[in-house]
Design a protein around this ligand. Structure first.
Ligand code: EPZ
Length: 418
C-alpha cells in the first residue's frame, strides 16, 4: 500500500495548476447513460474515482475512450445491464448517480444500497423519495435498490435536506420524464450548474440550476454533446491552505475563484493575503501571521464541508482558539485524532471541534481515513517539524491528481513509497 513521507517546514513557492472537478466529472459521466449518442468531456481529472466510474459505465455496456489525457469520449448506445454492483458501490458511493439516468432511459435500474462511510451514515432516502414522486416503484431486494417505471412523470419534489447527488440524480431523471418537474430546496453547488449545462447541451430543458428551485421540462430524447468540466474548487482551497500553513507564496492557476468565495473570505479573515489577478487564478502571499477564526460548514454558497479538515489543520498552527461546527456530516472529525498525534490541541464533542492553535506541529506516523482527512494530514506534514509518514494514501488518490508531484514542483519535500 502506498504511503507518503514528508519532511516539513519548507515554505511553498511557485505556480500550481488545478485539475477538473471530481464532483462534477462524476455526474457528467453518469449523464452519458441518458443518450445513445457520444458525450465528450474535457478537463476530467485523472483520479481514482473517475477510473471507478469508467469501470461502472463499461460494466453496463458503454464504451469509454480516452483520445487524450483528461478527455473522455463516452458512448452508451448499447447498454445491456442496468445494475451497479456492490463491489463498485462500496468503493465509490457516487455510483448511485447511475440510478436516475438508467431509470429514466430504460425504465429499470438496480443499484447496491450504499452502506455507511467514514464520515457518516449517508442514506439515499431523499433520492429514492424523489424517484417515487416521479412515478417510479422503488424496492429493496437483497441489499439492492430496485427501481422501475414505464416512463417517469414530472412532479414537484421537496428535499427535506439539501443533497448534492440527490439533486443531480433527480435532475438527470427528470430530463427524460413526461412533463415538468420542480425541485425545491435543491443543492446550489457549482457542480450542479455544470451538470445542468451539459444536460442542456444534450437537448435538455433545465432552468434555475445554482438556485434552490430548479425546473426541468422533460424531453423524449437527449443527444450527444461536448463539455469542459469546471475547475476543482476543493483542490483550489486545499492549495490556498498549503501556501498559508507553510508560510509560502503560491500562484494557483486554472481555477474558478468565484466558486469558492466563502473559503477565500474565511482564509482572509485569518490573515492570509489572497489576490485575484484574473478570473482564472489566485495569488496567495506569504502569511506572517495566521489568526484564529470560527467556521460553520454549510451547503453552497456557505463554507464547504469538503474544506473543513484542511481548515482545521491550518487552525492548529494559528494564534488563538477557533471553533469548527460541522453541520453536514455527523462523523467528520476523524483527522482530529491524527493531528493530536502531531501535538495539536483539539477537543471534539459531537459536531463541534475547539482548536487551541499552538503555532507548531511535530512530524509523526499517521493513518488517513478518508479523502479530505488525508489532505489535511498532508498539509499538517508540510508544516510540521521533522518527518511525517502517512499511510493509506489511496484515499487521497480518489480525488487529487498526483498531489505529491504538484507539491514537489513548488518546493515540498514529499515522496510516495510502497
Ligand atoms: C456530495 O456528496 C459530495 N460528493 C461530497 O464530497 C460532499 O461532501 C457532499 O456532497 C456535501 O457537499 C460528490 O459530489 C460525489 P449530500 P453527497 O447528499 O451528495 C444527508 C468529497 O470529499 N442525506 O449533499 O453524498 C447526508 O447524510 C465528497 O469529494 C440524507 O439524509 O452528499 C448528509 O448529511 C465527500 N439523505 C447531507 O444530507 C439523502 O438521501 C448532505 O449529503 C441524501 C443525503
Amino acid at each position: 500500500m502506498d504511503k507518503f513521507r514528508i519532511i516539513g517546514g519548507r515554505p511553498l513557492e511557485g505556480r500550481v495548476q488545478v485539475s477538473g472537478a471530481k464532483n462534477s466529472a462524476l455526474p457528467c459521466m453518469a449523464a452519458a447513460l441518458l443518450t445513445a449518442e457520444t458525450i465528450t468531456l474535457h478537463n476530467a481529472p485523472y483520479v481514482r474515482d473517475i477510473i471507478t466510474m469508467r469501470r461502472l459505465l463499461e460494466d453496463l455496456g458503454s464504451t469509454v475512450l480516452v483520445p487524450e489525457l483528461r478527455t473522455l469520449k463516452i458512448s452508451a448506445h448499447k447498454i445491456e445491464l442496468f445494475e451497479a454492483p456492490y463491489d463498485l458501490v462500496k468503493t465509490m458511493r457516487a455510483s448511485v448517480l447511475a440510478l436516475g439516468p438508467l431509470l429514466a432511459r430504460f425504465g429499470q435500474a438496480r443499484v447496491s444500497m450504499p452502506g455507511g462511510c467514514a464520515i457518516g451514515q449517508r442514506p439515499i432516502d431523499l433520492h429514492l423519495h424523489g424517484f417515487e414522486k416521479l412515478g417510479a416503484r422503488v424496492s429493496l431486494e437483497g441489499g439492492d435498490v430496485v427501481a422501475r417505471a414505464e416512463r417517469l412523470r414530472g412532479a414537484e419534489v421537496y428535499f427535506d435536506k439539501v443533497t448534492v447527488t440527490g439533486t443531480e440524480n433527480l435532475m438527470m431523471a427528470a430530463a427524460l420524464a413526461e412533463g415538468m418537474t420542480t425541485l425545491f430546496n435543491a443543492a446550489r453547488e457549482p457542480e450542479i450548474v455544470d451538470l445542468a449545462d451539459l444536460l442542456n447541451k444534450m437537448g435538455g430543458r433545465i432552468e434555475g440550476a445554482g438556485k434552490s428551485t430548479i425546473t426541468i421540462e422533460g424531453v423524449r430524447e437527449l443527444g450527444g454533446a461536448e463539455h469542459t468540466i469546471i475547475a476543482d474548487r476543493i483542490e483550489t482551497g486545499t492549495f490556498i491552505a498549503a501556501a498559508a500553513i507553510t508560510g509560502g507564496h503560491l500562484d494557483i492557476v486554472n481555477c474558478s475563484p468565484q466558486h469558492l468565495a466563502a473559503v477565500i473570505d474565511k482564509f482572509r479573515e485569518t490573515g492570509v493575503r489572497i489576490d485575484q489577478p484574473n478570473a482564472f487564478s489566485l495569488r496567495v502571499h506569504k502569511a506572517d501571521h495566521i489568526g484564529s477564526a470560527d467556521v460553520t460548514t454549510l451547503p453552497h454558497p456557505g463554507f464547504p464541508t469538503d474544506m473543513q479538515a484542511q481548515y482545521m489543520a491550518l487552525m492548529t498552527m494559528a494564534e488563538g482558539t477557533s471553533i469548527i461546527t460541522e453541520t453536514i456530516f455527523e462523523n467528520r472529525f476523524m483527522h482530529a485524532s491524527e493531528l493530536l498525534r502531531m501535538g495539536a490541541r483539539i477537543r471534539t464533542s459531537g459536531r463541534q471541534a475547539v482548536i487551541d492553535g499552538t503555532g507548531h506541529l511535530m512530524g509523526a506516523k499517521l493513518l488517513a481515513s478518508d479523502l479530505r482527512a488525508s489532505a489535511s494530514l498532508v498539509l499538517a506534514g508540510l508544516a510540521a517539524k521533522g518527518e511525517t509518514v502517512i499511510d493509506r494514501v489511496y484515499h487521497i488518490d480518489r480525488g487529487y491528481e498526483k498531489i505529491e508531484e504538484k507539491l514537489r514542483a513548488v518546493g515540498a519535500k514529499i515522496e510516495r513509497f510502497r
